[in-house]
Ligand binder design. Structure first.
Ligand code: MBD
Ligand code: FE
Length: 290
């Protein structure tokens, strides 16, 4: 192991870790003093965190309350399509598919059919041939595969890594997902109830986009008219990510997609930020590449 690797903890340098964690402690101690926390309250907080861990909700808790702020800071000043949070339900290694394609689904997948299509370009407007869209979503009742639907029942249900065509265009056939609530019966849900907050998120599609020329983008799309756009429990909605669904009923299109009847269509043209040319040059110089 090289010296630089040895000094990293979970991929974070020791210097950076000390800088941030020491401040985290100082800030938390200040908060304890400011609110004159009692020992009983401190114990309650520790018990709460233990319960969160026991229920497997650590990722959920942190993503619900803090990830949107990390996203805001981390994406500041970046050109292209707005980013949004990844959340706790991403699973690596979804099936690779070439556009056009239908997401992996159950024989009786419930809900209205959805055609999700568009293009992927860079911030100069150049098409990104072969861009990858790693998509995941809840089903029509708000269930995520590998979490709410066991992986053995329907592996990677409504999840895939879709490769856009040579013009950067993609066409993904899937099913509408519904407004969704985070688990109500666990400690995270109990905390929200105690705070007088509701546990709902607007219906959404998750996408991670990547292409070698560009910085990867993690984002979500939401649907116009959803009742929870203004009160997402996660606070992850951004206006440019709210799209209008079109209802399509042309018989030839219905036949082409193999739908039983009218379906919804959603077009989105994604823009990825180019890797800074200077940054690329520096990286090449360091690696000894001409
Ligand atoms: C979700 O489905 C989600 O996307 C986020 C960010 C947090 C909780 C549940
Ligand atoms: Fe989600």
């Amino acid at each position: 192991m090289g010296a630089s690797e040895a000094s990293k903890v979970y991929g974070v340098s020791q210097g950076r870790l000390s800088e941030v964690f020491e401040d985290f402690l100082a800030t938390t101690k200040e908060l304890i003093r400011r609110h004159r926390l009692t020992h009983r309250e401190y114990r309650a907080a520790v018990d709460f965190l233990c319960a969160v861990a026991e229920h497997g909700e650590l990722k959920l808790l942190l993503d619900v309350f803090l990830e949107a702020t990390v996203d805001a800071v981390d994406s500041q000043g970046r050109p292209g399509t707005a980013s949004s949070v990844e959340g706790p339900y991403y699973v690596e290694g979804a099936p690779l598919m070439r556009s056009p394609c239908t997401l992996p689904h159950r024989a009786d997948e419930p809900g209205a059919r959805l055609l999700f299509y568009g293009t992927v370009r860079d911030s100069r407007g150049e098409a990104l041939a072969g861009a990858m869209l790693d998509v995941w979503q809840a089903d029509a009742s708000g269930a995520y595969s590998h979490f709410d639907i066991p992986a053995e029942v329907a592996p990677y249900n409504l999840r895939a890594r879709v490769i856009a065509d040579e013009r950067g265009a993609f066409e993904i056939r899937t099913w509408m997902s519904a407004p969704y609530h985070i688990p109500k019966d666990g400690p995270t849900g109990a905390l929200l109830t105690a705070l007088g907050r509701h546990p709902y998120r607007p219906a959404h599609l998750h996408v991670k986009l990547s292409h070698e020329r560009c910085l990867p983008l993690t984002t979500q799309l939401f649907f116009e008219g959803d009742p929870y756009l203004d009160s997402d429990v996660v606070g992850a909605v951004k206006a440019p990510l709210v799209v209008r669904l079109e209802r399509r009923d042309a018989p030839d299109e219905i036949a082409r997609l193999g739908c039983d009847g009218p379906f919804y269509a959603l077009r989105y043209d994604f823009v990825l930020a180019r890797r800074a040319e200077s940054q690329a040059d520096t990286a090449c110089a360091k690696a000894g590449v001409a």
